[in-house]
Design a protein around this ligand. Structure first.
Ligand code: AMP
Ligand code: MN
Ligand code: MN
Ligand code: MN
Length: 279
């Protein structure tokens, strides 16, 4: 049987994506996606519009979110919640708390960037944001590209915004416990986003997986954006060992700015249980 083309991770203009929710849903269907989750950072505000369009064009849709958490020694980790109840009060309140730290963080980032010759970055980044409460490094990156300091968003992260670079500032997001409580409390399924992208040792990674599982976490993204074969093999092995469901998502942010377009990832290894079989 042909595997379902599920894409359970992408972003709209409600967070740091470049397409409005309705446009994103239409593009997904155009790309052959059969099941789509919108997973904006720390915000559910795009779900109603995305679902309305999905219903209109006959695309199966899952309400999602990508929660920013801090783990260990200033590591940011992302937890995706799938099939959450978008009206759940504790989830809404928790996400509101996470968002509330972004503005002061952005001010601190702009001050650091100013010291290395990139001026006006706070106001500049704000011009790229749909919702100012969700000001993110992506919006700073777009401003820095627009000003001609770098050729693309990727190189902005390499020079200024990745951990250890001059425009990076430490920040406390939610805790792993918070994220799991909010997602599970809203009847959602929690999935660790892009586990290969964190700078964690093998031991730290295993600690994260074990803690996540203890708190009710159900899955990991075995396929996220573009990945090397050996990383997919390693994440598949972890999914089997921990009994995790396997998710598949593009982490699409916009045309020309993403690793891969909506729905264009390879299929999951056949022996893994896809997370969508349980949603
Ligand atoms: P923030 O939530 O403000 O820390 O921003 C995180 C976002 O920055 C991620 O969700 C990505 O969209 C983007 N990002 C992080 N690292 C990179 C990178 N190396 N290249 C391009 N975008 C990145
Ligand atoms: Mn993002
Ligand atoms: Mn992420
Ligand atoms: Mn994402």
């Amino acid at each position: 049987m042909k595997p379902l083309n599920a894409d359970l991770h992408c972003h709209s203009t409600v967070s740091d994506g470049l397409l409005a929710p309705a446009e994103l849903v239409r593009r997904a269907q155009g790309n052959g996606v059969e099941l789509l989750a919108l997973t904006d950072h720390d915000e559910l505000g795009g779900l109603a519009a995305a679902r309305a369009t999905a219903d209109e064009i006959g695309l199966r849709f899952v309400d999602g979110v990508e929660v920013s958490i801090s783990w260990g020694d200033d590591q940011t980790v992302h937890i995706v919640g799938l099939a959450v109840d978008p009206a759940n009060a504790a989830l809404l309140e928790g996400l509101q708390q996470v968002r509330s730290g972004r503005d002061s963080r952005a001010g601190r980032m702009a001050a650091e960037l100013d010291k290395v010759g990139i001026h006006g970055a706070y106001d500049g980044a704000l011009r790229h944001v749909g919702n100012p409460a969700l000001i993110s490094r992506s919006h700073f990156a777009r401003y820095i590209v627009e000003q001609g300091y770098a050729k693309d968003v990727k190189s902005v992260f390499e020079h200024w915004l990745a951990k250890g670079k001059p425009g990076y500032v430490e920040h406390s997001w939610a805790t792993l416990e918070d994220a799991l409580r909010w997602i599970v409390g809203a009847d959602g399924t929690a999935v660790i986003a892009h586990p290969g992208r964190y700078r964690l040792s093998q031991a730290e990674r295993r600690e994260l997986f074990a803690a996540f599982k203890d708190l009710g976490g159900r899955g990991i993204e075995v396929l996220s954006g573009v990945q090397k074969d050996d990383e997919v093999r390693e994440l598949s092995r972890i999914a089997r060992e921990f009994g995790f469901l396997a998710s598949r998502g593009s982490d699409f942010h916009g045309p020309g700015e993403s690793w891969i377009d909506l729905g264009r990832m390879p299929d999951l290894p056949e022996d893994l249980t896809p997370v969508w079989s349980q949603l």
